[in-house]
Design a protein around this ligand. Structure first.
Ligand SMILES: Nc1nc2c(ncn2[C@@H]2O[C@H](COP(=O)(O)OP(=O)(O)OP(=O)(O)O)[C@@H](O)[C@H]2O)c(=O)[nH]1
Ligand SMILES: [Mg+2]
Length: 452
């Protein structure tokens, strides 16, 4: 049984950073592309988990050994590296099967964590709210459940001292039952909390304020961008998964309010248990009118591409269908030539340095244009008898101006296309002649219309 994330946490709490050896199987020969990044990332995760990296043991082969992950020789090297460096933990760059964990534990004198457990450890260190803590705990239990297979892999911490065995149940079956029950309870509590947030969100949706979600790889600068555009003061740190709880704040630009939401970041091989456990948090992203995909411009081009794909995959996995605007951040760390190349490669992207306040006007202008296109300008006249329709309109329209006249209330506002149809009978005169509206429709690029 690998050491639980909580045990590592305890060690961290006493301010001792556990000395850690990283081991990995990397396909191909030395210096393959991707190897450096994968190892650099695992070290970033270690740093974010308050663990101290002391050595690497890398095996170059196409696939890991199915039984022991490392081959015999490399396993001895790992054992030696642990002894030599007085390491307390061995962290695998990959996920391990229960059998592989058992084999490594057998061979070395240290605790063993795999990639998912390391990510879960980082998450548990950074969870501050009750909801975040419960979500991380849920993901941990879900992962442990997948590990509770086969003889000997029992959860001694659960149900300790109490014989809860039903007729014919083995210790393992009991343990699984206990974990499943705790998972159910956690799910229920998280769902209750999600309901509260949904009510708040429904209120926002009713007011018709454009919703913008920040998404992207962890540490890209999403929270920095939120702070720069709004009066939020969320925590910004140069470490992975600093943000776990969603924060929504509004900002005003050219007479219109926008709501911007910052949520948890993504990483390659993001454990699906975390995606599931954070489903209600990630809902914030799926319900937005537009997603700002924040990317770190200061990385090398191949790494930018890998992260772009990772983020696209996760967004797809959580069912986000909203149009996206790519925002390259940290351009203050990039020289002119590279910036030029990036602009050529990503002609649709916006380039900013959120920490320096650079490019924020461009971004706001881009968002304003996006919502200008998505929302139809209308001029409507409501007889005073239509109080209910007027009330409803105020809920769904943006940029509303009202004027009381002898004939009724004249509204100038912007509406989603579907809503504009509903109010056709109140239409006073179109802002634009119909042909022009049709032309505007043609110009609209397909990835930039949140309402149809
Ligand atoms: N040089 C530079 N650094 C930046 C910029 N924006 C953010 N950073 C730094 O990048 C690091 C990560 O920033 P965050 O805003 O916490 O990133 P995040 O995407 O919210 O990360 P997580 O919440 O951990 O997923 C911090 O050290 C920031 O100071 C920028 O424009 N330029
Ligand atoms: Mg953040």
């Amino acid at each position: 049984m690998p050491v639980s994330a909580e045990k590592i946490l305890d060690t961290g709490a006493t301010q001792v950073r556990p000395r850690t050896v990283v081991f990995a199987v990397v396909p191909g020969g030395h210096g393959e592309p991707g190897e450096d990044e994968a190892l650099a990332e695992i070290k970033e995760l270690l740093r974010s988990a308050d663990m101290e990296w002391v050595a690497d043991v890398i095996q170059h082969r196409e696939v890991p050994n199915p039984h022991s992950y490392l081959g015999k020789g490399k396993m001895s090297e790992l054992k030696a590296a642990i002894a030599e460096n007085q390491a307390a933990v061995a962290v695998c760059e990959d996920d391990l099967t229960p059998a592989q964990v058992a084999a490594v534990l057998d061979a070395v004198d240290a605790d063993v964590l795999d990639r998912t457990e390391l990510i879960l450890t980082v998450f548990s260190k950074h969870a501050h709210s009750l909801e975040g803590t419960l979500q991380v705990h849920l993901a941990q239990l879900e992962y442990e459940l997948t590990r509770m297979r086969g003889k000997g892999l029992v959860m001694s911490r659960l149900g300790a001292g109490v014989d809860m065995r039903g007729p014919g149940e083995t210790k393992l079956e009991v343990d699984r039952r206990v974990v499943r029950r705790r998972i159910q309870t956690l799910r229920r509590r998280i769902e209750q909390m999600a309901r509260t947030r949904r009510t708040q969100r429904a209120r926002r949706l009713r007011t018709g304020v454009p919703l913008i979600a920040l998404a992207g790889y962890t540490n890209a600068g999403k929270s920095t961008l939120l702070n720069a555009l709004t009066d939020a003061h969320v925590s910004v740190q140069d470490r992975l998964f600093e943000t776990l709880d969603p924060t929504s704040r509004s900002f005003r630009y050219r007479d219109r309010d926008y709501v911007l939401t910052d949520t948890v970041g993504f990483i390659r091989k993001l454990p699906h248990q975390l995606v599931d456990a954070f489903a209600s948090t990630l809902e914030e992203t799926t319900l937005a009118d537009v997603v700002l995909v924040v990317a770190d411009a200061s990385l090398e081009a191949p790494e930018i591409a890998v992260r772009e794909k990772t983020v696209a995959d996760v967004l797809h996995r959580i069912g986000s269908t909203a149009p996206q605007i790519v925002v390259f951040n940290k351009i203050d760390k990039v020289d002119e030539a590279k910036l030029h190349r990036l602009r050529a490669l990503y002609p649709e992207a916006v380039f900013v340095a959120a920490a320096k306040g650079v490019g924020l006007d461009d971004l706001q202008e881009r968002l304003a244009r996006f919502f200008d296109r998505a929302l139809r300008p209308v001029r409507l006249l409501f007889p005073y008898t239509e109080a209910r329709e007027m009330h409803r309109l105020r809920g769904v329209a943006s940029d509303v101006h009202e004027e009381h006249t002898p004939d009724g209330v004249v509204f100038e506002a912007r509406l989603p296309a579907a809503e504009a149809g509903r109010y056709a009978r109140f239409r006073l005169e179109p802002e634009l002649p119909d042909e022009e509206l049709a032309e505007e429709d043609d110009e609209r690029s397909p990835d930039e219309d949140p309402h149809g």
